[in-house]
Design a protein around this ligand. Structure first.
Ligand code: ARG
Length: 256
């Protein structure tokens, strides 16, 4: 009798364990993928009264939600400073980073990146009457960048002095108020700021700024999660979902 109970308990435990394994696929935490982001980067991620994941809305947030759902999991967002994202990923505080993040060689040294889901480039936001026409014209101007963004690295590499701000909106306010001459930032986000503020325009310089590929970061060696993410991204690229999201959020944010 005693022995039978033990056997049954063991069998029940094994059934439960098997259930857990199939339900979670052994990855994510309890069927949840926690994505880290910095929700200061429209149209990819921003805080709204009602977003696709809690108060978080944007192209990336919709992509994150789809990735989780397509794998039978739920998506959670941890909003933090852009600079903290890769450290939080390495610490295991988050499972992945989705933040309009450019897959650079330097970042590849510490994390693994997914398939590219969006291609962008750095551009210059200037006042409508500005005489800046190329990146070289920034030489004697007051330049604003956002701390830790690839735009900062570009300006640094060009050897120009600059001032770094925590948020894109802060840098754009400096420009609007005439305290700086040019903001270097990613193209789609620049479009959003220009449509939200009077008197600004975008200047492109394809010979000075390379194209940048946005990808999702996971911990080095986390191939199980990376494969899930890649499969979802490839599906969303093939069926036009990502294109539709890009169109939707570019229009939606410029109407605000
Ligand atoms: N693409 C740029 C980079 O990787 C800027 C990304 C900023 N993203 C954000 N969510 N604040 O550095």
């Amino acid at each position: 009798m005693k022995k039978a109970t033990k056997v049954m308990a063991l069998a029940a435990a094994m059934v439960m364990l098997a259930g857990t394994l199939t339900a979670c696929g052994g990855s994510g935490k309890g069927g949840k993928i926690t994505f880290g982001t910095n929700a200061e980067f429209p149209p990819f991620e921003f805080v709204a009264s009602q977003g696709v994941i809690d108060q978080y809305d944007g192209i990336d947030m919709a992509i994150a939600k789809n990735i989780a759902e397509q794998n039978g999991m739920t998506a959670a967002i941890e909003n933090m400073e852009f600079d903290s994202l890769l450290v939080a990923l390495q610490n295991g505080q988050i499972d992945a980073v989705i933040a309009g993040m450019t897959a650079t060689d330097e970042r590849r040294e510490t994390v693994d990146f997914s398939t590219t889901y969006y291609t962008a480039t750095q551009v210059m936001i200037v006042k409508e009457d500005s005489d800046i026409a190329t990146a070289a014209d920034m030489a004697d101007k007051k330049i604003c960048v956002i701390q830790g963004y690839t735009g900062e690295i570009c300006v640094q590499d060009m050897g120009y002095p600059y001032e770094a701000f925590k948020k894109g909106t802060e840098a754009v306010m400096e420009l609007v108020n005439g305290k700086c001459d040019v903001v270097v930032i990613d193209s789609a986000t620049a479009q959003k700021y220009v449509s939200d503020n009077e008197g600004l325009k975008i200047v492109e310089d394809a010979s000075a700024f390379e194209s940048e590929e946005y990808a999702i970061a996971v911990q080095k060696g986390n191939t199980e999660l990376l494969e899930k993410i890649n499969k979802s991204i490839e599906g969303m690229l093939a069926d036009g979902t990502i294109n539709e999201l890009a169109v939707k959020y570019t229009e939606a944010v410029s109407e605000e």
